[in-house]
Design a protein around this ligand. Sequence first.
Ligand SMILES: *Cc1c(COP(=O)(O)O)cnc(C)c1O
Length: 370
Amino acid sequence: MYRNTWMEVNLDAIADNVRRIHDICGKRIIAVLKADAYGCGDNHVAKAVLEAGAEMIAVSSLDEAFMLRNEGYEGEILILGATDPEDASRMIEADISPAAYSMEWVRSVIEHKPAGLKVHLKVDTGMNRIGFKDIPSLQEAFSLLSENGCKMEGIFTHFYCADSSKELTQKQFDRFAAAVKALDYPFPWIHCDNSDATVFFKDDLSNACRLGVSMYGVSSYLSDLRHPIAMFSQVVMTKQVKAGETIGYSALYTAEKDEIIATIPIGYADGFIRANKGRCVWIAGQFAPVCGNVCMDQIMVRLEKDVPIGTPVEIFGPHIHLEKMAEELHTIPYEIICLISGRVTRTYIWHGKNLTEENARIIKSEVNSL
Ligand SMILES: *Cc1c(COP(=O)(O)O)cnc(C)c1O
């Protein structure tokens, strides 16, 4: 690691959050590690969630499932999104379970020798994304798949307003319950709750919950989860500018008086999007606003008091909560962390040990041995 812009992921805190939520819901945990575990590194986060008792990992695509297999994960994997029925044999061989989500998918998969394929039926209870919308088609899919040797491993739905509406969630759940009852089959995995539903919605039908964002401390209902992720950089240069000088591309910022400007090596290619113009980062006790346009690789911020080169900069973390940053950017925490690009080094805390130096050493020695 030569460029000092990094994201810190505390795996112990993630494990604690999973245990905490497991205590609340009492059901089996499916850890949703799609999109490289929301940008945090799926193989690392997998270690933490498995240690905390998660019994299945869910991803969004076959590529993500294979990524976990290649990293050595041998447990249960569910693909929540679409898959190509032509890949049935690959999924059987790698013991990866797809979602069955439309009649087209079912008719196509039975043309591809699906015997032994473990499937989870997806019920669309109102989100209108993927899934069966009515019970007759769900029953037909069930029959076709079981007649062709598929293992009916699970049934699930997805709530679209669990963060805000108990009423809509209940309505979706009632539809799901009717579908499960109509099939009258002892599915090993029955799941409907995402992070928010897991902590506020109780039911006697489902036996597992799908946790995503709450593992990272983001929840609409729990305020005492740990905050496992933070993002940092370092000051690489500071300077005095005179009143009237402009800063950055398109001269969008003009110094009102003599000011101290610091340059920080983070930009939109790191996922620090241009909408951050005017927002603050945290430097040695000061909230420092981004002056002018965010560049691809760098930003300039205004300081009240000069600081030495190398002073750490918090992008989000203990002083600027991820949720606060999301609010200021008119988005959701999910989007911010998923957009942090591969160029940003991930460092990990695991079993109380900070792996930062170790990571840095590993990367350095790999570069030196090229
Ligand atoms: C992403 C996703 C989840 C996890 O949602 P969170 O809000 O992060 O807990 C669960 N289920 C499905 C189908 C998803 O796509």
